[in-house]
Structure formats: C-alpha cells, structure tokens
Ligand binder design. Structure first.
Ligand code: NAP
Length: 251
C-alpha cells in the first residue's frame, strides 16, 4: 500500500505548467488527488499537462489559465475549481518569478512585478482557498518560498523580500486558520534544476553549489515530495513550519 493517498481530495497548484509546480501536480495526481493546474503562458501546454495526468493516473485534472497577481483572475480561478470539483482541500502556491538586479539599479517595474506575482499572488490564493476550505471543514496550504527569503543573496534583494514575505504570511495564516482545521506551511527550496536556474552561468552555478553540503542541485521532484508530505495526513499535526529543501544549504 502507498504511504500517501489523497483519493477524493482536490488540489490547486499554481505555476503547474513546468518545473516544481508540474512535479507537484504529478505527485498529487499519482497519490489520487484531482488536480487543477494553473499557469499564465500557453494554454495548450496546461491542457496537455492536465490530459497527461488523467491518462497516467485516472484522476480528474483541469487546466486554469490565470495571472496569480490579478485578484479578479484568482477569484475566478477558485470559482472555476469549486464549480468543477465542488471543494478545495489542497493549495500549493508555487507560481513565481525572479527579479534579479543590483541595489541602486532595480527598475521600479521589476520591484512591482516581482512583489505582485510572488507575494500578492500567494496572498490572493490564500484568501480564496481559505474561503473554500472553511466551507468543507479544513485543508492544507503550502507556499513555495526560497532559501533566498531566509538567508538573502546579492543581486536578489527584491526576490528575497518577496519570498521572506511568504514566510510571515505562512506563519500568520497558520495561526489564524488553525482553528478552522487548515494547516499552512512553507517550503524553502535551495538550488533546484528548473528553467529558473537554467540561465545560470557555469561560474555562478559552481559557486552556489559549493555552499551546498549535499554537493549537488536538487530536482523538482525532491521539492514535490516534501510538499506531498506537508499536504498529506502524514503531516496532520504539522503547521506553521518552513521546511528547507536545500541539501543543508541553509546551515
Ligand atoms: P519555473 O520553472 O520558472 O516555473 C514558474 C512557473 O510559474 C511556471 O509554471 C509559470 O507559468 C508560473 N508563473 C509565472 N508567473 C505566473 C503568473 N503571474 N501567474 C501564474 N503562473 C505564473 O520556476 P520553478 O523553478 O519551478 O519555481 C517554482 C517556485 O519555486 C517559484 O516560486 C520559485 O521562486 C521557487 N523556487 C525555485 C527555486 C529554484 O532553484 N528553481 C529555488 C527556490 C524557490 P507559465 O509556464 O505558464 O509561464
């Protein structure tokens, strides 16, 4: 028997078209959950992803294109999920962008867009999900922060601020929503092999990895497994935690 089963549960994963979000959607579906996959780019990609989960795991899966930084679009997305599945048990707030620039040279537009997508996006989804979860008596929410939100990194002051904010949001939400049976946790990935880190030049990559005691980058599936644990009943008494998935880079 599988250690983690999520049959009958409904999950929404933001930024599920690729990278960590796609790995999360796949693991949730493999565990039996119905999954709504969100992204902002090519709708055909999301539709193909949803269809492939249905074929591979026999679960219900729906694509939902929405900009997580747009509160109206997020409300509509949660309405569409509720209409299709009747409930929401799991939210993985994963969609995110980088906003790298050195202090003194950060365009205002980069400040606004990074905070809009990474921080406001998670807040809008938290609100909408909490409304649905309260109705059905509970749920589990995971935000995807970053080691950069805990330790900082030169050239990433805006990204760091956007990801540190998620930690404060997660801790407050865990306190406020706990009485409603809703657990809220964060993961803080380190260097993970996805499109987001694909642009790094060899020297930067080497210097980052030299700070990782496990000596390598992580895979998207390794972050997804930590998230699967947090949303499952294995973590039924775990809330308000920030779980590093970073090969001990945080130390
Ligand atoms: P990625 O491969 O670049 O994927 C980003 C995802 O976010 C895509 O699915 C993208 O959708 C979606 N997205 C971007 N803007 C959006 C918006 N406004 N509305 C809805 N969806 C949007 O990134 P990743 O590496 O998997 O990262 C996932 C999360 O982990 C991010 O929050 C990132 O900050 C965090 N993280 C990553 C690392 C790492 O090393 N990779 C480390 C720490 C934390 P489209 O494909 O439709 O554009």
């Amino acid at each position: 028997m599988d250690l983690v089963r999520l049959d009958g549960r409904v999950a929404l994963v933001t930024g599920a078209s690729r990278g960590i979000g796609w790995a999360v959607a796949e693991q949730l579906a493999a565990a039996g959950a119905s999954v709504a996959l969100n992204g902002i780019g090519d709708p055909a990609v999301l539709s193909d992803r949803a269809a492939s989960l249905q074929r591979a795991y026999g679960v219900d899966a729906m694509p939902v294109v929405a900009d997580v930084g747009d509160p109206t679009a997020v409300t509509a997305m949660h309405r569409a999920v509720a209409k299709r599945f009747g409930r929401l048990d799991i939210l993985v707030s994963n969609a995110g962008i980088l906003g790298d620039a050195l202090i003194g040279m950060i365009p205002d537009a980069v400040v606004r867009e990074t905070l809009r997508v990474n921080t406001e996006g998670a807040l809008y989804n938290l609100q909408a999900a909490a409304r649905l979860m309260r109705r059905s008596g509970g749920g589990a929410i995971v935000t995807v922060s970053s080691i950069v939100g805990r330790r900082g990194n030169p050239g990433q002051v805006v990204y760091a601020a956007s990801k540190a904010a998620l930690i404060g949001m997660t801790l407050s939400a865990a306190k406020e929503l706990g009485p409603h049976g809703i657990r809220v946790n964060a993961v803080a990935p380190g260097v993970i092999e996805t499109d987001m880190t694909g642009h790094l030049d060899a020297a930067t990559r080497q210097s980052l990895l030299s700070g990782v005691p496990l000596g390598r980058a992580g895979g998207a599936g390794e972050v997804a497994s930590a998230i699967l644990f947090l949303v499952s009943d294995l973590a039924s008494y775990v809330s308000g935690q920030v779980l590093g998935v970073d090969g001990a880079m945080v130390l």
